[in-house]
Design a binder for this molecule. Structure first.
Ligand code: FES
Length: 99
């Protein structure tokens, strides 16, 4: 049985953790928890949802993170709209601010 994963929101004050369903994208888990995050394409192309992964592992499965350049990858950013949690993870503040 796939298990729920914990997403630790290290950028909130106070810090908080939410749960993600096994096949749920991290974007969807953030949205259902009411965490402010911007999305546009929802398929890994635009890069708007760029978020730092602080610990743990994510999974893109068959989806390709076109919206990430090498530099962003090296700096630990990932795209929550196409990623699910492989392990419990901790994330930083999404890069693009909500208007
Ligand atoms: S919303 Fe476009 S890459 Fe995530």
């Amino acid at each position: 049985m796939p298990q729920k994963k914990k997403i630790h929101l290290a950028f909130l004050e106070p810090e908080q953790s939410i749960q993600a369903e096994p096949e749920e994208t991290i974007m969807s888990a953030l949205k259902s928890a009411g965490v402010p995050i911007k999305q546009a394409c929802t398929n890994g192309v635009c890069g708007v949802c760029l978020t730092p992964l602080l610990s743990g592992e994510i999974d893109y499965a068959q989806r390709l993170p076109h919206g990430l350049n090498n530099r962003e990858k090296q700096n630990g950013y990932f795209l929550p709209c196409i990623a699910t949690c492989k392990t419990d993870i901790a994330i930083g503040k999404p890069k693009v601010r909500l208007r």
